[in-house]
Design a protein. Structure first.
Length: 127
């Protein structure tokens, strides 16, 4: 399946034509049809992915997971988890049954936070 085929499938699911999509995104007429034989540039691919709330990897056929997170999104999630843990540590409130958490427990908590944040981000992309 080409990039164009995936875009057409997504457009059909939303009840819009390729021409309407091109107009909404500010692309030139028939520019998306060129994707049948050519690989799109990164900016345009990202614009289409953002419009449909799918990953560029999905459009490129690298994954069938429409909600796959980009490396930047994964990095953002990691930074958010770090900030959450830092906030807990700064208030001396990271305790486990009244005892300070060990480094191993903190690592486990961070892993759980990462999973929860990633799931939440993916869930928000499905809508």
């Amino acid at each position: 399946m080409t990039v164009f085929d995936r875009v057409k499938l997504l457009a059909n699911k939303q009840g819009i034509s390729i021409v309407e999509l091109e107009e909404k995104l500010g692309f030139g007429r028939n520019s998306l049809y060129a994707w049948k034989t050519k690989t799109p540039n990164g900016d345009r691919l990202t614009k289409v992915a953002d419009y449909f709330k799918v990953s560029t990897d999905y459009l490129l056929g690298r994954t069938d997971d429409k909600t796959a997170l980009s490396p930047k999104e994964m990095s953002d999630i990691g930074q958010l988890a770090d900030r959450m843990l830092d906030g807990l540590e700064s208030e001396n409130s990271v305790n486990f049954y009244g005892e300070p958490m060990s480094d191993e427990d903190k690592t486990s908590l961070k892993a759980a936070l990462l999973v929860a944040l990633e799931m939440n981000k993916k869930r928000s992309k499905k809508d």
